[in-house]
Each structure stands twice: as C-alpha cells, then as structure tokens.
Design a protein around this ligand. Structure first.
Ligand SMILES: *Cc1c(COP(=O)(O)O)cnc(C)c1O
Length: 420
C-alpha cells in the first residue's frame, strides 16, 4: 500500500482536500425525499373533488385504515403533527393536574409538550449510553404513585426495550405510549409486532425530516376502542359528529388533518417499505465500514436487525479522541459530509421546563408546593453526556448512493483517525 498522501489525510478543516465536493442528498430538498408523480396526482384528485376537509372526505379516513393495517393496530387516528399525535395519546390518559408522565431526557420537545399540555408533570428517565433510549431500570427509578403514563421513545430508528417497560407498567395501571416519530417499521427485539403496537398507544409524525412526510401530520394507533374513540373526539373539538348533535362530548382541540395532507401521506405510506429497506441496507454498509474504529461506538449495533436508521448515531469516545461532537461534526462537514449533534442539552434543561415557564408566571403545573426547583443539571447524567459531548448524528438518507455511503464512511474514518 502506498503511504497516504499528506494532502489527503490532512483534514479539510485544516486546509486539506475534502473527501467530496458534491452535495449529499438533503431531506430539506427534493434530493433527499421521495415526492413525485404519485403525490402530484393525489393532490390534483383532492383539489378536483372540491373537498379539502376530512369531514365527509375520503383521503384521511382511508389513510387511517391503511396505516392501522400496515402497523398492525386496530385503529389509527390522524392529526396535524407528531406533537398532536402525542397530545391525543396523553389526553386519552386523562390525568389530573399534577399527575406524572415519564419520558426520556433525550427526545424531541413535542414529547414533553404533549405532557405539559394535559397539565401533567414531565418526569425524566435517563437513557442507555448505547441506544440513547430509556431503559426499564431508569424508568423504575422515577416511577411514583402519581405516575399515569410512560412515553417510550424509540430513538433514531433504534428500539427501546419497550416489552420490559410494558411488563412492569401493565399490572400497575400505567399506560405505555410509544413515540415512534423516528421509528417507522422498527421491530423491537424479543416479541411480536412493530414499534407502536407493543404498548397501549403508538404515535408517529409526518414532518419533513421523518422517514416519510406530508410536510406535517401525525398518526396515533391503538387496539383499544375506547382510547381510539377518545382520541378521535379530542382531535375534533370533542364533537360526536355521528350523533348529529353539535355539542362537545369532551374537551378537545382541532387537530384534524386535511385531505391534501392525507392524500400525500397515503402515497408516502406506499413508499415506506422501500424507504425502510433502503435505509437498512445503507445502515448495514455504514456499520460494516465503521465497526472497527476504536474511538467510536455505533448505537445501531445494540439493536441489530431492528434499526430503521432515521439517523445513523455515533457515540464518540471523547476521552480517547480528546474532542467532542462539535469539533468532530465541524470537521465532517468540512469534508463534505454534513453531520451534527442532537439537542445539545437534555429536555429538562430547556427554558420552559428549567425556568418553569408554561402558564404565565404561575409555575403551573411544574412548580413544587415548597417552591424548590423541579429540574436540575445532573438529573440524567448519561443523557447530559450524550447530547452535550458524545453524540454525533450522521444523516442516513434513503437516497444515498453507495458512493455517498462510502464517502460518509471515508469522512468519519478520516476525522476519527486525525484525532485518535
Ligand atoms: C419529530 C418528533 C416529534 C414531534 O413531531 P412533530 O411532527 O415535529 O410535531 C416527537 N417525538 C420525536 C421523537 C420526534 O422525533
């Protein structure tokens, strides 16, 4: 083997030659999404029908049926976002003010918003250092007599140990909600069924960045007809339309998905299995190309076979490399393979929670009766370390070619080797 050319091994951020100059497929643009003729035809169909409203329409109700069938649930209820999909779920739990719901310290803000919006208190469980998901142990540690629900988040396309959490919660009357916004068709190991069907309620997002998208949108699944009915009412101002009586049967919002969104989502649903297959093969190639690096741990190794690679998460051995994710991702981006961190801080450190600023200056529902702070730095040390220093998320787009994947591998290896 010839010795590596110094200009090739020198990092682009230090003036070396970048691994690539062509832009990578980008989920914010057409290059990184699979929108096409099908979606255009579907939109034209809805416009031509003159009915853009789901009430009396056909698209959103068909989407609900098709999604429930695909996921393996009895019922699906569509809504306007992943956050509203979660709000349908937390509202169905019907907590009293001050009741608690457990969630992981690393997740999207929408998971916490759905709890606070029911006047319940978010209680944070720490995460596993290899999956960034909550664990049974971390959940059990924060359960109290006021715990009404646990929201299990399947991070980055990898599976949390949801079956163990369900086995603990069921006999205690605690509802298990699965947040699958990053985990379409993920198969949690050790049981039957997809993520979203293992707990009581499963929530999905159709936002631009997810495996499939309709711009925005949400879907919530359950096998329980009573929960499904509550969620349907909650998403439609509590209005029991089938009765013909215009009255609100329960407190509800307007989270109705419209027919344009529903029509696009149906097309995306058709494409989902291929998107997942492509992401899995890209994920396998990335894994094989990076498996031997001493300064990295690969999150997807923890759940082989189940991962659907929303992102490809890496955990840096910051001790060994002497750098954190900021330096690593700046160097990768300079190589032509953009990468980033996730959140930067755990959810509880974000201002609405840490400063107890939800409903005006009341501190409600977070402030403790004795006025002591509810959330503190150090509450979830593993989560703080991951999002604050170790965690790198590399895009794992379905439109990556083999060359794109190999360039991604080359960029990670080059940056790793420069610091190792
Ligand atoms: C994206 C996401 C959400 C929120 O979905 P929106 O559609 O953006 O409201 C919730 N939870 C997780 C884990 C997510 O990734």
């Amino acid at each position: 083997m010839p010795l590596p050319d110094a200009a090739l091994s020198r990092l682009a951020i230090d003036g070396g030659r970048p691994v690539r100059s062509a832009p990578m497929p980008d989920w914010t643009a057409a290059t990184g999404r699979r929108f096409g003729a099908e979606e255009k035809r579907a939109l034209a169909r809805v416009i031509d029908s003159g009915r853009l409203w789901r009430v009396g329409g056909t698209e959103v109700s068909a989407l609900e049926e098709e999604f429930a069938h695909l996921i393996g649930s009895r019922f699906a209820v569509a809504s306007t976002s992943g956050t509203s999909a979660l709000h349908l779920a937390t509202a169905a739990v019907d907590p009293d003010p001050g009741d608690e719901m457990v969630l992981p310290a690393i997740t999207d803000w929408g998971t916490a918003a759905a709890i606070v919006a029911t006047n319940a208190v978010p209680v944070f469980a720490d995460v596993d250092p290899l999956t960034a998901c909550m664990t049974l142990e971390s959940v059990v540690r924060v359960i109290t007599p006021r715990t009404r629900a646990v929201i299990v988040v399947h991070m980055f396309g990898g599976a949390a140990d949801v079956d163990a959490i369900v086995a603990y919660c069921r006999p205690r009357g605690i509802t298990v909600i699965e947040d699958c916004a990053q985990a379409y068709l993920t198969v949690p190991p050790g049981g039957e069924g997809l993520a979203g069907t293992r707990g009581d309620i499963g929530c999905f997002s159709l936002q631009q960045a997810k495996h499939i998208s309709a711009g925005d949108g949400g879907l919530t699944v359950t096998d329980d007809p009573a929960i499904a009915e509550r969620m349907r009412l909650f998403a439609d101002k509590g209005w029991p339309r089938e009765t013909g009586v215009r009255s609100s049967a329960l407190f509800g919002m307007n989270y109705r998905m419209n027919e344009l969104t529903g029509a696009v989502a149906r097309c995306q649903l058709q494409k989902l299995p291929q998107v997942i297959e492509d992401r899995r093969s890209i994920g396998r190639r990335l894994l094989a190309g990076l498996d031997d690096l001493e300064g990295l741990r690969l999150a997807s190794n923890a759940t082989p076979g189940s991962h659907t690679f929303w992102f490809f998460p890496l955990f840096l051995d910051t001790q060994r490399l002497g750098i954190d994710y900021r330096t690593f991702t700046d160097a990768m981006t300079a190589e032509g393979v953009p990468a980033g961190g996730y959140l930067g801080v755990p959810l509880y450190a974000m201002p609405p929670l840490m400063e107890e600023r939800v409903y005006g200056s009341t501190g409600f529902p977070l402030r403790r009766p004795d006025g002591s702070a509810r959330y503190h730095w150090g509450d979830c040390p593993v989560a703080e370390r991951l999002v604050g220093s170790d965690l790198v998320v590399v895009p794992a787009n379905e439109n990556l070619t083999e060359q794109d994947v190999d360039d991604t591998i080359a960029a990670v290896r080059k940056v790793h080797d420069a610091y190792a």
